[in-house]
Write a protein that binds this ligand. Sequence first.
Ligand code: GDD
Ligand code: MN
Length: 368
Amino acid sequence: MYSLVALLLAIIHFGTPLAYYAYITKRYSSRSWNVRIEVNYQPNVTIIIPTYNEAKTIWKKLNNIYEQDYPKDKIELIVIDSGSTDGTPLLIRKWAEGHKDLTLKLIQEPIRMGKAQALNKALKYTTGEIVIITDADSIWLSKDTVSRVVRTFSNPMIGATSCIKEPIMTNRGVELSYRRYYNLLRVAESKIWSTPIFHGELAAFRRDVLEKLGGFPTDIGADDSHMAHMITMSGYRAIVLDYVKAGELVPKGLSSYMKWRIRRAQHLIQHFIRAIRDVKHAPNGYKTVLLIESYLHLINPWMLPLVLLLLVLGTLTSETSAITLMLIGTLPLAYRPYRTWILSQAILIVAMIKNIWSKELVWEKQIK
Ligand code: GDD
Ligand code: MN
């Protein structure tokens, strides 16, 4: 009996994401975007970089932005620093000295209150029509990134856009296989209507919409994803573009890698717990995506410990099928995608539990 229920739950646990993935990638991945774009659209853009102790990355980041092919007189760069203690602001000033043809505003907050708070402060100084937010430890992989991103906003339906991600300098195969799967999902969801998951390496928004919605939520760690959701709920589309790529640094040590994954998962969970309340009023297409993604992040992971518990009970009551099932469940651990999946489920569970006492809205900087 225990084994039978366990088997059923296992089928739901593995079957739901597999079916979702197979269905939407097959149906939507190869679809064209169907978004009409004006190639000559070139509004003023504000690029915001939030920084907290980014002395190691900021110089390269500023150069990466400087190399963009978008007209410099249409770019306003704002760096908002929150009490860095490693000399980040000094480096920024020095960089600005040598690159006077690019407008750079440095805003310094004496006290660190988190990324979202900082972004909201930076918004007050923002003049661009389109706002692109980007993490200091990320790199845009082509010179026409800004041009491509901005162009999509010539379509009045588009309220927000983000990039796909490529881990850089990582020996973590886990991170690579997990990324491939998630990128494909984000793009397919975007082609349906909107995706509920955005990336801090590049998250672009219409400034007037951001302002209308009151800026970034400061009580949800995944500020970018939740903003994208709010924008979708207000009638626009929020899409991840497969032709816009950003590289991100992955923490090197195993323990910092795990902390990093858990904190990000905590933030996504906070986002889905809030977002799912809107499902009734969500636009068609997005409704299903939101429902399934919320289920996958909040409920599905719990099936695994439940299955394990049932199988242990089954073994204790000498159900031979329980032992067989246990073996079937553990043997594929030799296979990387399976291992990657189990790890991400464990991370979600730990993150949900950790959210009970700490939301990690101001987080520890991981060494990358
Ligand atoms: N101004 C300011 N104030 N910037 C901050 C603060 C803060 O309190 N905390 C972090 N930042 C900056 C970092 O310097 C970096 O540029 C960016 O915000 C992202 O922080 P990281 O420490 O690099 O974290 P991450 O790469 O794991 O963050 C990712 O997940 C977050 C949600 O968990 C990114 O995608 C973030 O954009 C996202 O918010
Ligand atoms: Mn980062």
